[in-house]
Design a protein around this ligand. Structure first.
Ligand code: NAD
Length: 246
């Protein structure tokens, strides 16, 4: 029996290759494996759903085309600017879009835990975020670290643009009570590590997630694509797919 026709955008990349190899296990047939130089609009034409793990300038075009076609889309590409996010938001008025900086079950549980930890610990704790990735990663900080910062800012009533401080150098003075420190470490073949530190006088709490295989993201993205089939138009997160909202 054949599965749901699936298009993968960024198919020759690190994530794309794994998505292509695991799609069959999740009930999909990869009918379009699209990469740079291929016909994007034509390739997407006959798919039942698409998964995009490509590059920041590509995702808005994928979203617009999928909106035209009226089929669900999963986006894992990170480092998107405001214009790209707006284009994806516009597409989500017409189709279901699952957009997540991280498709692992563990990281999405970490989002849930961190939101609750920030509320329980209150504003007497300093918060710092540390992420580490392989030496080929193009954007920094990671999309997952940016999402952690957003969640922490929501919980603390802070503004990510004003209160997140990227690294420290020189005579920076004492730490401000309301800042959230953000540190991006790069090296080797690390798939993705994220730690949120909550520190106060006499104690500190660290919540850490370490991904050791990209399969975890690919399986999550395929699960999201299956979940999105038949959903109403809207912008969904992996927390929606996993039922972790609220
Ligand atoms: P990669 O560089 O290995 O792969 C990206 C692929 O996209 C390449 O094959 C490239 O040729 C292709 N591409 C570039 N321009 C294109 C175009 N115009 N049309 C079609 N394809 C095009 O990168 P990767 O490690 O596979 O990661 C891809 C993206 O996914 C990055 O933004 C990364 O941060 C993100 N990512 C997200 C998650 C998650 O869970 N959300 C996990 C891992 C990686």
């Amino acid at each position: 029996m054949s599965g749901t026709p699936l298009a993968i955008v960024g198919a020759r990349g690190r994530m794309g290759r794994i998505l292509c190899s695991l799609a069959g296990e999740m009930g999909f047939d990869v009918t379009a494996a699209i990469d740079e130089g291929d016909d994007l609009a034509g390739g997407l034409a006959n798919c039942g759903a698409a998964i995009d793990f490509s590059a920041r300038e590509v995702s808005p075009r994928v979203a617009a085309r999928m909106a035209e076609l009226g089929r669900p889309l999963v986006i894992g590409t990170t480092g998107l600017d405001d214009a790209a996010r707006a284009a994806i938001g516009a597409a989500s008025k017409q189709i279901p879009v699952v957009f997540a900086p991280n498709f692992s079950v563990g990281v999405n549980t970490m989002f849930w835990l961190v939101r609750r930890a920030a509320a329980a610990l209150g504003d007497g704790f300093d918060i710092e975020i540390v992420e580490m990735h392989h030496n080929q990663k193009k954007d920094a900080p990671s999309g997952t670290a940016a999402r952690l910062a957003e969640i922490l800012c929501e919980a603390r009533g802070l503004d990510p643009a004003r209160d997140v401080r990227h690294g420290r150098e020189g005579l920076v003075g004492a730490r401000q009570k309301n800042e959230i420190g953000m540190h991006a470490v790069r090296g080797g073949d690390v798939v993705g590590d994220h730690t949120v530190l909550f520190a106060t006088g006499g104690e500190r709490l660290e919540i850490t997630h370490r991904a050791s295989s990209r399969e975890t993201f690919a399986r999550g993205a395929l699960r999201a694509a299956r979940w999105a089939l038949g959903k109403k138009p809207g912008l969904y997160s992996m927390e929606d797919v996993l039922g972790l909202r609220g």
